[in-house]
Design a protein around this ligand. Structure first.
Ligand code: AMP
Length: 279
């Protein structure tokens, strides 16, 4: 039975009782419209914790595009059914006013890892994300939190924030779950037309192609340029970035390195897609 809680005091009382009996509490923060990517985080959380909280909150503060916020898919009832089946103890789904009550005046702003890529193309996004994640950590009082590598830069930002603020929580990164054809699962994929959906997996294939070229010693700049040309030729829209960077510091890499990661954001029709792979 998954208990639905919308009030943070009620949630904190529940968690305090669990902790008094020595239980480890894990949290999986999400924006809902759940898919197998989210459920894999739940599975890992279940394996590593005695009690699991999933949060669903479409955080207005992290959307820099009002249309993206308005069109973000919401299916709470279906989500709850999936969470029941996955053995989640609590679904915490607060209203906007519960998270941002009158007088709310604090922003958590991480510098450094937030500067490139998403930080450059979605102004304010990481401040909104870090602020709500800090809030969710405070509201849930969980001992560990599970995030997907799908949002690689986000994962690095959360880890940085937790270290910098000594937050008493362990951040666990979980691998990206893909469709059989390689497309990274995302709540936004439902907004792809049939034609766009058929093209979408080419993105992962091209990333793998670049990774192979880098491993074989091809210069980074030329491998990335070839990929950009191929993406355009296949019919993808504007590429916000396609970068090869250190996985942790996110500093650009000039040549193949063990911890290197390829990260991309581009548009396909009305949808902005992001993906990344290890090289
Ligand atoms: P979202 O609901 O998109 O905010 O995502 C909630 C969490 O699920 C984040 O930690 C994401 O990185 C993670 N996530 C989203 N898609 C995937 C995926 N395909 N595989 C693994 N984790 C994912």
């Amino acid at each position: 039975m998954t208990l639905v809680i919308r009030n943070s005091t009620e949630l904190q009382e529940k968690v305090a009782a669990w902790k008094r009996s020595g239980m480890l509490v894990g949290v999986v923060p999400t924006m809902g419209a759940l898919h197998d990517g989210h459920l894999s985080l739940v599975k890992t959380a279940r394996a590593q914790s005695d009690r699991v909280i999933v949060t669903i909150f479409v955080n207005p503060m992290q959307f820099n595009n009002t249309d993206d916020l308005a069109k973000y898919p919401r299916h709470e009832e279906r989500d709850l059914t999936l969470l029941e089946a996955a053995g989640v103890d609590v679904l915490f789904a607060p209203d906007v006013t519960e998270v941002y009550p009158d007088g709310f005046a604090t922003t958590v702003s991480v510098s450094g890892v937030t500067a490139p890529m998403e930080g450059e193309h979605r102004p304010g996004h990481f401040d909104g994300m870090a602020t709500v994640v800090a809030k969710l950590f405070g509201m849930t009082q969980a001992g560990s939190a599970f995030f997907g590598e799908k949002d690689w830069q986000q994962l690095q930002v959360v880890k940085r924030m937790v270290r910098d603020l000594n937050l008493p929580i362990t951040v666990v990164g979980c691998p990206t779950i893909r469709e059989e054809d390689g497309l990274a699962m995302s709540s936004r994929n439902v907004r792809l037309s049939a034609e766009e959906r058929a093209l979408a997996p080419e993105l992962h294939r091209i990333l793998q192609e670049v990774a192979a070229k880098l491993r074989a010693g091809q210069a980074v700049e030329s491998a990335l340029a070839e990929a950009r040309a191929e993406l355009a030729a296949k019919g993808f829209g504007a590429v916000d970035y396609l970068d090869f960077r250190s996985g942790e510091s996110l500093a650009p890499l000039e040549a193949f390195a063990e911890n290197g990661r390829l990260l991309v954001a581009l548009s396909l029709g009305q949808v902005r897609m992001i993906d990344n792979i290890a090289v």
